[in-house]
Ligand binder design. Structure first.
Ligand SMILES: *[C@@H]1O[C@H](CO)[C@@H](O)[C@H](O)[C@H]1NC(C)=O
Length: 265
């Protein structure tokens, strides 16, 4: 009875959704042999496309808060596409966009400029950091799904820390500029968010350096970390690896063992 009620609630809220903004029309999934299958998503026809853009426009303006409406109206338009071809993961309709939401829903009327982020999603890989994408449809947030990975390399971290120690403002300016060039433009009164789950990885001393470098680049930065079941995380990472590289006997056997072990998917 409870299950039936729950099902009804889920189903009815699903049928009420006028538009589905996120995801791809095709879903790439490995079957049990490690072979990739491409599965068209059932809701693809509900997503928005060039034919129903007027409808989407009206939908957004009807649903945005009155406080945000004027600003959003001025900024509203499709999000810029930065890459057409599919590369492992597509973010919307098999295209990679400048930021996650396929529509530019932004209230700020201030100048949108190249700058460093206010919030960094630091991990963990395969724990759903990408699910933060929905924040990008908030009128005051901008979220880049494409990972800038600026704080990946130890040499970059060392350079930032040394520049701060010696008061080399020019070097710090250069770092901020390059980092910002990997992010969408954002106004000063918006929240600019990036995520690079690799930031949570590496040895302890590297992570300490990374935290220090992040604080030097933006002393007010906030970090977001999403954690999940470590076994499922490892399994998911392995599947991603298998998808990106040629499937080897090892992958196959290991994924089979894990599959039996987890009895999921
Ligand atoms: C950067 O350098 C200044 C001046 O030496 C220092 O006060 C500050 O703590 C340093 N920043 C960080 C995050 O270590």
């Amino acid at each position: 009875m409870v299950a039936a009620t729950l099902l009804f609630v889920v189903f009815s809220s699903y049928t009420k959704a006028e538009f589905i903004f996120f995801g791809t029309n095709l879903w790439h999934k490995n079957d049990i042999t490690g072979k990739e299958k491409t599965i068209p998503l059932k809701y693809a026809e509900r997503g928005f496309n060039s034919e129903n853009i007027e409808e989407v426009h009206d939908y957004i303006l009807d649903h945005v808060s009155p406080y945000d409406r004027e600003g959003v109206k001025r900024n509203l338009g499709p999000t810029t596409i930065i890459r057409e071809e599919i590369r492992d993961k597509a973010y919307y309709d098999d295209k990679l966009l400048d930021h996650a939401c396929p529509m530019d829903i932004r209230r700020s009327e201030k100048i949108k400029r190249s700058r460093v982020p206010d919030i960094i999603g630091i991990g963990f890989a395969k724990c759903g950091t990408g699910a933060l994408a929905f924040l990008d449809c908030h009128p005051s947030a901008t979220f880049r799904t494409n990972e800038p990975r600026y704080f990946d390399k130890e040499s970059v971290l060392d350079d930032i820390i040394a520049a701060n120690e010696t008061g080399n403002l020019e070097a710090l300016r250069r770092h901020r500029k390059i980092y910002a060039s990997r992010l969408p433009h954002a106004a000063d009164d918006e929240l600019l968010i990036e995520k690079s789950p690799q930031y949570a990885g590496g040895k302890d001393y590297i992570r300490k350096k990374r935290a220090l470098a992040m604080k030097i680049i933006n002393p007010n930065v906030k970090l977001v970390a999403i954690v999940c079941d470590p076994v499922k995380r490892a399994y998911s990472q392995l599947r991603m690896k298998a998808r990106r590289t040629a499937v080897t006997g090892f992958h196959f056997v290991f994924s089979l063992v894990l599959r039996v072990f987890l009895s999921t998917d």
